[in-house]
Ligand binder design. Structure first.
Ligand code: DGL
Length: 248
């Protein structure tokens, strides 16, 4: 039977955090990753813009033969997932900030996200949402080099919903943009919450459940990865570093 790729799509390097989770639990699958950093950041674009870009990028990924599409981007997941899945006719997964469950447990919770994602999560009672306009763009540019001072700068310009100033302490801070995973420790240093979480691990488990249905036979090949589209050379290098450093 033909082996097909699990395809991941993000505006750039952020989705590598989700790819990391997938490879951890499914090392023998084949992955293809498209980081659309030519059009990044996504978080302040219009929804129709994002739909147009993701249709184009999904078509590119489908040329390689894919069995599932993972929108490794909270912004795309919150805005275009259903339309895109309908268009592509391929099983599509998204990544979502687990905000409601934290609030329901009575945790004092802050969601940090791009403006588009933030807009989808305002109005949840008890949830503070910090909309950060340019942080993903800066992470895309600087990656691990983004300093605590840079982060402070972005946080001070963030738009806190429902308003007021950021409370002294949160139980949980949710990283609602996959790019923020690169600077998780800096978020921790700033907020000192009990825990910092994101939706990446849960999405990876859901993809695994889906793949295991048709994957009863044991795979022997090592995971393979190809890049497509506009992924910049430095990002390929970054990915190889992650893969070689952590998994091989
Ligand atoms: N990494 C994406 C997300 O999770 C997109 C960030 C952006 O390009 O603005 O929202």
């Amino acid at each position: 039977m033909e082996e097909k790729y699990i395809a991941l799509l993000d505006s750039g390097v952020g989705g590598l955090a989700l790819l990391y989770e997938l490879i951890k639990i499914m090392p023998h699958e084949k992955y293809i990753y498209l980081g659309d950093n030519k059009n990044a950041p996504y978080g302040s674009r219009t929804q129709s813009d994002l739909l147009e870009l993701s249709v184009k990028n999904t078509e590119e990924l489908m040329r390689y033969g894919i069995k599932a599409l993972v929108l490794a981007c909270n912004t795309l997941s919150a805005t275009v997932l259903h339309k895109l899945e309908y268009y592509a006719r391929v099983k599509t997964f998204g990544v979502y900030p687990p905000a409601e469950s934290c609030v329901m447990r009575g945790e004092r919770t802050l969601l940090c996200a791009t403006p588009l994602t933030a807009g989808k999560y305002t109005g949840i009672k008890g949830l503070d949402v910090l909309s950060l306009n340019e942080l993903a763009k800066d992470v895309e540019r600087k990656k691990f080099e983004l300093s605590s001072i840079d982060l402070e700068w972005h946080l001070s310009r963030g738009n806190l919903i429902p308003g007021g100033s950021v409370p002294a302490r949160y139980d949980t801070v949710i990283l609602g943009c996959t790019h923020y995973e690169f600077i998780k420790s800096k978020f921790y240093d700033h907020f000192r919450p009990r825990r910092i979480i994101s939706g990446c691990a849960l999405t990876a488990r859901m993809v695994k459940d889906f793949c295991s249905i048709g994957n009863k036979t044991k795979k022997v090949s090592k995971n393979q990865l190809i890049f497509a589209g506009e992924c910049a050379y430095e990002n390929r290098l970054f990915f190889e570093t992650v893969v070689k450093g952590s998994f091989m």
